[in-house]
Design a protein around this ligand. Structure first.
Ligand code: GDP
Length: 321
């Protein structure tokens, strides 16, 4: 089944909240191919955690569609050690952007969550129905609670006021614009930087956190942006939609694939003092597929192009590689 468009972006003012983030910048790239006006606000112009500022900005700029891609994000260590920021900032962003958008009669809004909203021991692959059926993974509970609250708030505006607010739940994402800082990044860019540094320094091995046994799914952010625009224009329902590629691998396998893409030929070492987090996180994307969307970018292609992006955008990296 392929759905007819329910919301046309043509000629609309579309606010990408969080346009400098990895997802937000991919959305801006994708939306630049649509005949719409893209609205953005940098952090220096608008602090999304300040309710009155957000209300004023939205009332003034009058977006007709909103992608809530703004969030405090980070990898397992950042999440585990900064629960205040991950809970407080993400709650505030969701509450302020959704409330201001409702007040300003925004015609369509998409709230973005994450696959970490699902219980730690969800049956795999994880379907949308697994939400709130069990305890969360402790290392990202703060972020997950904020994202679940945002999803529920979008549903509440839909049920109580009839607003066309929807939610999408992307899996682990990677690609251009990713964060390659080892202390705060997710696993894929962290491994890419480690493999690159190890190759350059001639090291005999590189360190992978945890046991290497957890399984993760990775979707290229450009595929994600395609899926989000697809859902924005064709989907209108209270149930959130998983966005993934439908395949996963162990962290050990991922590390080897990243090393191969970078050209690092040394060994992989595993640091058991670092947390594994959720044992497995693979989304069931049958709902998204049945709506008519499928991913295009393979992991091998995505790793190769992301490494090229890293080389171009990291000072000194290209000349040394
Ligand atoms: P998660 O998906 O929320 O658990 O977040 P991450 O992407 O940060 O981590 C995924 C898995 O990769 C966890 O089991 C980590 O321990 C593991 N991992 C291995 N090496 C690294 C690394 O260098 N950085 C990060 N962030 N995770 C790593």
């Amino acid at each position: 089944m392929s759905l007819e468009p329910v919301f046309n972006l043509k000629g609309r003012r579309v606010w990408v909240a969080g346009h400098r983030g990895m997802v937000g910048s991919a959305l801006v790239r994708r939306l630049s191919r649509e005949d719409c006006e893209i609205l953005t606000a940098g952090r220096e112009d608008l602090d999304l955690t300040r309710q009155s500022d957000v209300r004023r900005w939205v009332a003034d700029r009058r977006p007709e569609a909103v992608f809530v891609a703004a969030a405090r994000v980070g990898g397992i260590l950042a999440n585990d050690t900064h629960p205040i920021e991950f809970l407080y900032e993400n709650l505030m962003i969701a509450a302020n952007v959704l409330e201001a958008s409702a007040r300003a009669n925004v015609a369509k809004l998409m709230h973005l969550g994450s696959s970490c909203i699902y219980p730690r021991h969800s049956p795999q692959p994880i379907s949308e129905g697994a939400l709130l059926t069990g305890l969360l993974e402790p290392t990202n509970e703060a972020y997950a609670i904020a994202k679940i609250a945002g999803l529920k708030l979008a549903q509440a505006y839909r049920r109580q006021e009839g607003r066309d607010f929807i939610s999408a739940m992307p899996t682990n994402l990677y690609g251009p614009g990713d964060n390659f800082d080892l202390a705060s990044s997710h696993v894929l860019p962290a491994l890419m930087r480690k493999a690159h540094d190890a190759k350059l320094s001639g090291a005999s091995d590189m360190t992978v956190w945890g046991s290497g046994a957890p399984r993760r799914e990775f979707l290229h952010v450009d595929d994600c942006a395609e899926a989000l625009v697809f859902l924005m224009t064709r989907y209108s329902d209270a149930l959130h939609v998983n966005v993934g590629c439908g395949e996963d691998q162990t962290i050990a396998t991922l590390a080897q694939e990243v090393a191969d893409a970078v050209g690092f030929q040394g060994a992989l070492g595993f640091d058991a003092s670092k947390p594994d987090g959720m044992p497995r996180k693979l989304l069931d994307i049958s709902r998204l597929r049945s709506l008519g969307w499928s991913p295009r970018i393979t992991l091998a292609e995505g790793l190769a192009s992301t490494y090229q992006w890293f080389l171009r955008h990291t000072p000194g990296a290209r000349s040394a590689a």
